[in-house]
Design a protein around this ligand. Structure first.
Ligand SMILES: [Zn+2]
Length: 407
């Protein structure tokens, strides 16, 4: 199982299957006790099966009703109470869920694994209710009892991430990596690298540039696709006055991820201007445009750069070429409006612009999470909706004309 990108699914699975898993453990326990006839009574009751069926078809109220009946048939049946509590939690009835799970903890003769699973469910209740400290406490207790419990580790990592406790999140992720198989290794490595990058950002906020740089470097070594680590490493070196080093870091990003090279444009421009060599920025933009004729961001950067130097006619050409690649980008239109004003609304140029802009619909800068389709106007490193790392891509919207044809 990939523990990086399956959290919403996991929540559902935990709700549904955890109880069953415990049921198995408990069944063995009861068998040892020689009371398995009692166990069968609850598991065989049609309330239990109906309850699970309603759960699967998302008819929660009916599921609660049937499972409650099944729980009355056999008040000992741990897994039914466990599921019942989980269903109440998913329904938003957190207090009820906590009450049910806490009552289970009071039972005598719980095995270690049963105890751990009840605590895990209780931790999820606390998390859902916003009781972060108590959730952390519960998950930690689960891991103390069952050190290989990947659910608890994963929820603990996510809680620490939400609290921006990056060192803790990183430590827990390492434990998870150690427990996971080789097939999930690359994905795990990528998440570790993003957490490492966060550690660097944190160090930088505390003014510790040396540590910050080491974290960023380490993030890049762990996974060369950790884009923000290149940007941040360059920033630290720039602050330290190491211009060559800063340029090398940003170059590294451009070489590794050309589609995200634009993130370094403003930085490189500032660097070259500060060094008195603005023409180097132009050369670089030209090279990027030649390497990626469909790219509009290098043309926008070039257009802005030229416009800032009063070379408006040249800027106009780059911006119009960019508009052909991305007719809906609002910032392109804005850049062009500015240039046209500077050119006293030159009639011929305005006409060319209107020709290009005829079918445009304005969008800011749309990005979309590949996992949950959450939309954002910025490129984000962690999705605020599904919490996935590095899942955003630029959304290219077809020209209005084409869209109409499709309809
Ligand atoms: Zn997402």
């Amino acid at each position: 199982m990939n523990f990086g990108d399956s959290l919403p699914l996991l929540a559902a699975l935990v709700t549904l299957l955890l109880g069953l898993a415990i049921g198995k453990a408990w069944e063995r326990y009861k068998l040892r006790d020689g009371k398995w006839i009692d166990r069968r009574r609850a598991r065989d009751s049609h309330h239990y099966v109906l309850g699970l069926n309603f759960l699967v078809s998302n008819q929660i109220d009916l599921a609660i009703e049937e499972l409650s009946q099944a729980a009355r048939v056999d008040s000992d049946a741990l897994e039914i109470h466990l599921i019942l509590g989980n269903v109440h939690r998913e329904r938003g009835q957190v207090a009820r869920a906590i009450q049910i799970h806490q009552a289970l903890l009071q039972r005598s003769k719980l095995t270690r694994i049963e105890h751990a699973y009840i605590l895990l469910c209780l931790g999820l209740d606390f998390k859902r209710g916003g009781f972060v400290d108590r959730a952390l406490e519960a998950f930690n207790e689960v891991i103390r009892m069952d050190p290989a419990n990947q659910y608890a580790l994963l929820y603990l990592q996510k809680l620490h991430e939400e609290q921006h406790q990056w060192a803790d999140a990183h430590r827990i992720r390492k434990q998870l990596v150690a427990l996971s198989g080789p097939d999930t290794q690359p994905r795990n490595q990528a998440i570790l690298a993003f957490l490492e990058n966060e550690l660097g950002t944190q160090a930088l906020r505390h003014g510790d540039r040396g540590h910050a740089a080491r974290h960023f470097q380490s993030a890049i070594e762990q996974d060369p696709d950790t884009t923000p680590a290149y940007l941040n490493l360059g920033d630290v070196r720039f602050l330290e006055g190491d211009m060559k080093g800063a340029e090398a870091a940003w170059d590294g990003l451009m070489a590794r991820s050309p589609d995200r090279a634009y993130l370094a444009f403003d930085r490189l421009e500032r660097l070259y201007v500060q060094q008195g060599q603005p023409q180097r920025f132009e050369e670089r933009c030209q090279r990027l445009i030649a390497a990626n004729p469909q790219g509009w961001r290098a043309r926008l950067a070039m257009g802005r750069h030229l416009a800032a130097r009063d070379r408006h006619a040249g800027a106009f050409e780059f911006l119009l070429a960019a508009l052909e690649q991305n007719p809906h980008g609002l910032m392109l239109h804005q850049a062009i409006w500015n240039v046209l004003i500077k050119l006293d609304l030159n009639r011929a140029l305005v006409q060319r612009y209107m020709e290009s802009a005829r079918s445009a619909v304005f969008f800011l800068d749309p990005h979309v999470c590949l996992k949950c389709h959450y939309r954002s106007t910025d490129l984000l490193w962690q999705c605020p909706h599904c919490h996935e790392w590095n899942s955003f891509v630029e959304e290219r919207i077809a020209p209005a004309k084409e869209a109409t044809v499709e309809m």
